[in-house]
Design a protein around this ligand. Sequence first.
Ligand code: SF4
Length: 466
Amino acid sequence: MKVTLINANTIKPPLSPIGLLYLSAYLKSKGMLVNVVDLCCANDIPAALSSMGKNQPDIIGVSIRNIDAAQMKMSKYFLPDVLTIIKLVKEQCPRTPLVLGGAGFSIAPVEIMEMTKADYGVVGEGEAALYALVQGLQTGSDVRAVAGLIFRDGDGKIRINPPQNSSTAFLRALPFQDLDAVNYSLYYNQGGMASLQTKRGCALDCVYCTYPLIEGKNYRLIPPAHVVDEMEYVLSRGYDYFHFSDSVFNVPREHALQVCREIIRRGLKVKWHAYMSPQGFDAELAGVLAAAGNDGVLFGVDSCSESMLGHLGKGFHKRDIAHACEACRVHGLEFSFHILFGAPGETMETVEETLQAIDDLRPTAAFLTQGIRVYRDTPIYKRLVSEGKLDPGRSLLEPYFYLSEELGPRFPGRVHEYAVARDFVFSDTTAKSPSTDEAVVALYKRNFRGPCWKILKELKRVSAGR
Ligand code: SF4
C-alpha cells in the first residue's frame, strides 16, 4: 500500500513533526510505502500537493497538530488554513480515502470530521490505528472495530471508537523516528533542537490541559537504554542538541534519573532541554541533569501563588518551586518559568504574589501569558459549565479564552509594565510578533541552539543596548 502522510502544521520556527516521524517509521517497518509531504517546509503548498497527487497514493493521512496557538494575546486560528489544505488534497485525489489525525484533530474530532467531510479519523496515538485501517482497506475487511477510529456508518452518522493507548511493550518495539521522511536538517537549523521522547501519557491534572485526554493519564515509559539508543542514532546523523517533548520530563522522577544516568554512562557529548515540574525536583536530580548535559529547564509553573496552584490543579506548592530553583542554582542549571494568568480564582493579589516570587526566584527567563484557552472536556471546561459561565452548546473550535472576572482593569497594564522593566521577563503583550519569530529563526540559522526563551532574552538584551 502507498501511504501519503501530510504534515499540515506550518508554524515557524518549525517544530519537527515527531509524531508523524514515528508513524512513518512504524508503517515502513510493516512494509508500507510511505511518502511524507511536509507542508511546513514547502515554499508552494498547492504545488507540493499537486506532485503528491501524481504519486497516486492508496490512502492519505493529514496530521493536524494544533487548531490554534492557545494564546489569548497572540491568538492564531490555524483551522481555516488546514481546511484549505484538505480541500486541495481532495481536489488532487478525490477518490483516495482521506484520514485525519494528530493532537489538534483529537481535540474536536467529530466537529472537524463534519467540517472536512473526511472519510476517517484517528483519535489519540496513530501508529496502531492507522496500520489497522490501512490493512483493513487493503484486504477489504471490516474496519469498524478499530480502536481510536472515527468513521461514517451506513446511515452516514459519524461513529467514534474509544482509543487504546500504546503499551510499554509497543513503544519499546517502535522503530526510531524516520528522520529521512522530512528535511530534518532544516528543522534543526531553524528550530534549534532535535526531538526525542522518553514516555507517553501524563498523570497530572492541570485544569486546562487536553494532553491527558489525548495521550492518556497512564505513563508508558520507554526503557532508558532505548531512549538513549535513539539519542545516539540522532547524534550519529549530526544533531547534538535535543528537546525532550515529553509532557514533563521528571515525572516519574526515577525514570528521568535512569535516562540521565544512561546518557552519562555512555559519555555522550550532548546538550538538551526539557519541560519539568518542581514536584520532586531536588539537588540530586539537578546534579544528575547537569551531568547528563541539560542546558535548560522550563518549569511550566503557571503561577507562583499558593492558592492559584490549587485552582490550576498543578499538584505542587509554592515551596516546591523555591526548592527547585535553588537546586538548579546549586548545579548551575539555567531555568525559566511559564506563567499563565487568569484562571478562576485569579485576583490582583495573586498576580502580585506571582510577580514578587519571580523577582525573588530570578529565573533565567519568565514568560507571562494571560487567558485560559478552554477546550471541551477539560476540568476547567466542566467547572465553567457547572458554574453557568459557559454554554455547553457553544463550539470551542474557534479560540475561546477565560479570564478571571476578579481581575480589574489594572491587570493588563500592570503585567505589561512589569515585563518591560525587566530584561529577563517577557509578556504576551510585548515579546512576540512575526518579526520576533523571524529574528528567532535568523539566530537559529546562525548556529544558535537551544530553547526559544534563551533567544528571546538575548534579543531583548541586544535591543535594549545592554
Ligand atoms: S503537566 Fe503538562 S501535559 Fe501534564 S496535565 Fe499539566 S500541562 Fe498537561
